[in-house]
Write a protein that binds this ligand. Structure first.
Ligand code: CMP
Length: 138
């Protein structure tokens, strides 16, 4: 069993597709073991995306991620990190495969509906950034 962090971003919450995203995860063998809504502050978004600090899109990304509520979740399952990334599709929806969440719903590389940890080290940073041990149930 592996754990990963996923976020339905502000665009996904506004489009009212939190349930659609979760359904795709659940139908593919992932279990939601932690779940909450939050409106991130700019500082919290900057801390979460600190690895992208020097990228040209950092300001815009962290502004977007703090622009409205997000749904934060911890998912558990076999190969959970890769499974979530496959279900999300490529970062840029223009390159995302048919049937993926981003291909079906995303408007742009920034407003791309959903985030998923990109590896075990990232998941180990991202899960405790938002969830303490008492908020994860499995
Ligand atoms: P995410 O998986 O949340 O990780 C970093 C985010 O930066 C990414 O999804 C995109 O939404 C956002 N982003 C914006 N512009 C770019 C870009 N040019 N390249 C990669 N990611 C970008």
């Amino acid at each position: 069993m592996e754990r990963t962090l996923s976020i339905v971003k502000p665009d996904g919450v506004k489009k009212n597709i939190i349930g659609e995203v979760i359904k795709r995860f659940e139908k593919n063998g992932l279990k939601v073991v932690g779940l909450k809504l939050a409106n991130l502050s700019k500082k919290e978004a900057e801390g979460f995306y600190a690895v992208h600090k020097s990228r040209p899109f950092f300001e815009s990304l962290t502004g977007f991620m703090s622009s409205g509520p997000v749904a934060l979740m911890v998912l558990s399952g076999d190969n959970a990190i890769k499974k979530v990334r496959d279900l999300m599709g490529a970062t840029d929806p223009k390159n995302a495969a048919p049937g993926t969440i981003r291909k079906d719903f995303a408007d742009s590389i920034e407003a791309n509906i959903v985030h998923g940890s990109d590896g075990p080290d990232t998941a180990a940073f991202e899960i405790p950034y938002f969830f303490n041990a008492l908020e994860i149930f499995e």
